[in-house]
Design a protein. Sequence first.
Length: 585
Amino acid sequence: MNDPNSEFIELRSLILKSQSEELSEAEAMELNRLINLPGGAEEAAKLVDQLCALSDATIGNSLSMHDECSMPLTNVPAKATRPERNYSTFPETRNERSHSGYNRRNDENAQSKNWTRAYWLVGLAASHLVIGSFAWSLAKPDRNQPAIAAVTLESKPPQIVSMTACVWGQGSIATPTLGQSINQGEILNLVEGVAELKVGDGTSHEALVRIEGPASIFIREDGQLGLASGTLTAKSLGFGSEQVSVITPIGLVLVDGQSSIGLVSQNDVHEVHLFSGRCLVLPSQEFGASDIRLEEGDAVRLSTAKGIDSGVVLFEASMASFASARSNAFDPLHLNDRYVDAILDSKPDVYWRFEGLEGDFPQQVKNQGRLPGHNASVVGNPGWRQYQGNRVAELGLTDSASAFTSDTLWPPEPLDDYTIEAWVKPQLYHHGEMICLVDPIERREGRHDQALLLEAFAREWFYALKVLGPNRMRFSHRSPPSGLVLDGENLVSEEQYQVRVWQHVIAQKSAKELSLWIDGNLAAQQEADEPLPANMQILIGQLYPTKNYRPYVGQIDEIAFYSRALPKQEIRKHIRASGRAHDFE
């Protein structure tokens, strides 16, 4: 007998897939079967409700779609109410999607074979009347209500108007719910997901603020917000100068009416992006900087780190850096014995899965590769995420260290040919070390030189690295090992990496050629003469073995090290064995 939970997981996965591409005929038939299972329609309708949660979600966002969906729901019996959503269960979909994925196809033959997303959603809502109202109706104004008066005596406290499948951490006053007011002095710690708040409702200070986990905010005495850490965007809905204010770790940010901004506060790096309108940044005295007036399209970064990367840096604002409404549970990685057998057939020296830990402190991940030893010791407190039969490591979600390091040095001799393979899912755009090979000899104060870096690169994180491009994956090969930021050969992917989506990554050297592969496609290539140095320490999740510096924030799984260069056909064989469809160039 089939497990109903696994059936519902497949149901939700097919619904989510239908939002980015059209389903095949077989997938559409399977989705239809799953919906007709006991409880299947209710499960599907819950997810449709959640897909419509954000006020600017693409699904059903037009007024005409609102009318189409609402009309069949008007006949719902009075006792039929929207079921309570379990925010810890459902995966979430994207906040921003390409318009091409939602354009109605003109080919009538294609329409007869595939379901379009819009009509499928309307049909589901009409056929299974289990939702009394979609969540986005909470965030949209009632067109039959009169406009809010220009002047009101007192505004409402901030209120949550929409959210995805959010996970709230310790320190929050209560588990927030839609429509709930957040009072003065309260703190919201969002571990994952996206939540949208209305601030200053009915006043000239009115704004829509979206916080993206992991993030921590607090409510000030005047009802406006303070950002302790994380990411938020804000749209000022009023008129006039400096109408909305946000207290941040670098000082006060004042936003003009009809303006839109994005704020980032991660560790020692703090940024203000102005997407439209104007804003004023008043840095704290510790920065020694004068007031910064930003015009549309400007961004500023202030760093509290000591060293040559501190100070004030002006650069171009990037809305794409804030675009993610996916929960970290979005895009599950289901790997089975077929994938494991494909990796083992390629005879890796070191192969780390994360299905379980062995031994006492420090616990270890057993090496399933051909070399004896080379187990991975746990550093700090990594988290874990279970996707059906596959468990992955989740790193960088707390202030404490969460990493893995080898108990044996690799490679045993210099290598002209090698391959490093992994599945990675960055949680956000940041500068974090996914895989490093570091010199085991400490240079000074816990710092080590590196022979290899495979990292998620940030938005022009460091002045010297601006030439490498923002939000890319970077592969650095250094022989001899070095701690200087631009030493060695540096390969940077042509395209930005995806946030909260699993990507298969290969860093490779074949004779005198370095290459970086993402999802089976060549992302960058460069010549390199020197071999990979021998006897390096493998490190996953941070730059130095004993210092929680430049942590990788996201999930990682199936890490393999080979003392040879895998050919393209073998790389793609591994991806096919994973069961994940990719378009190979």
